[in-house]
Design a protein around this ligand. Sequence first.
Ligand code: GLA
Length: 362
Amino acid sequence: MVKKILLLSCFLFSLFIAKGQQVSQQDKRGLKDYYRGFFPIGVAVSPGALKVGDEAELIKKQFSSLTAENVMKPQPIHPKEKEFNWGPADQIVEFGMTNNMKVRGHTLCWHNQTPDWFFEGEDGKPAGKEVVLQRLKTHIEAVVGRYQGKVYAWDVVNEAIVDAPGETIYRNTNWYKIVGEEYVANAFEYAHAADPDALLFYNDYNTIFPGKRERIFQLVKGLLDKGVPIHGIGMQGHWSVTTPIAAELENTITKFASLGLTVQLTELDISIHDKGESRRELTASDTTTFTAEKEQKQADQYALIMEILRKNKKNISGVTFWNISDRHSWLDNFPVKGRKDYPLLFDQNLQPKKAYWRVVDF
Ligand code: GLA
């Protein structure tokens, strides 16, 4: 009798699995379709992923918005003062236009991936404030101007705020050292002049932590009080299976939206590793396997985050995943060199993971 019951349950279970696989293969809908009534679902890409192939097909099926993972950043797009490298960024914009997708611009003013020439004066001395501001203006006018009417939103300033409280809320970058805090307002003014219709964002990480959240809030409030054109706050969202907790996420969205601004999740991925580690080499004790337990925790975390975002849809105008699938993520090498991560909704074969099905199940 027990054996019969066991056999019957095995049979029913395999029918269930087979049905699930059938559904997944036949499912013509992608994330963008499930989320049509909520917000666009985007993905950060490099031009290589857009060539004919399985990644390009997946992108077209699943996503309704694109961000350039790297090629619009100052270093790749403006490597020398008189030299722009438009080709790779053009390919992404072109793919977006052809496939009826939104394109977000990332990023105009940052302390990383920005060439030294922006800050160099004569005789190896730092350039003066006026020169640096003029360079920033020329850069923003050229990049925003080129994609006017095609790129609907820009991350104008990325990561200007310190992680730990200090004398000032500003990160001590070349921008800050040479220009002072007004470089932030200037960047927004230049971007607005170059495309008055583009939505302009301040973008940062660790937004869910109360201290950083407050500092970002103060920065943006100060800009609004001065009449600076800023329309949204980007929460990067490089999170883990344990952070954020629901209340932190919801409080942050509510606080930022209380400024009358729209909020976007601009760089979402859920690492299976703990956050807060420093850069280091891989050691023998590092786990690099995607265990069933991690898979479950990740699915729960994605389900929770997306539920909060749906609930707050009036304040959320976009969610962008940072990379396409677990085949490649920037977290494969960061902060631990050579440590594999599995932070996205699609596995290395581009198949939807458990987390995917939880994200579309509502
Ligand atoms: C930050 C930047 C992104 C990207 C990630 C790492 O979040 O905003 O452009 O460089 O780091 O991939």
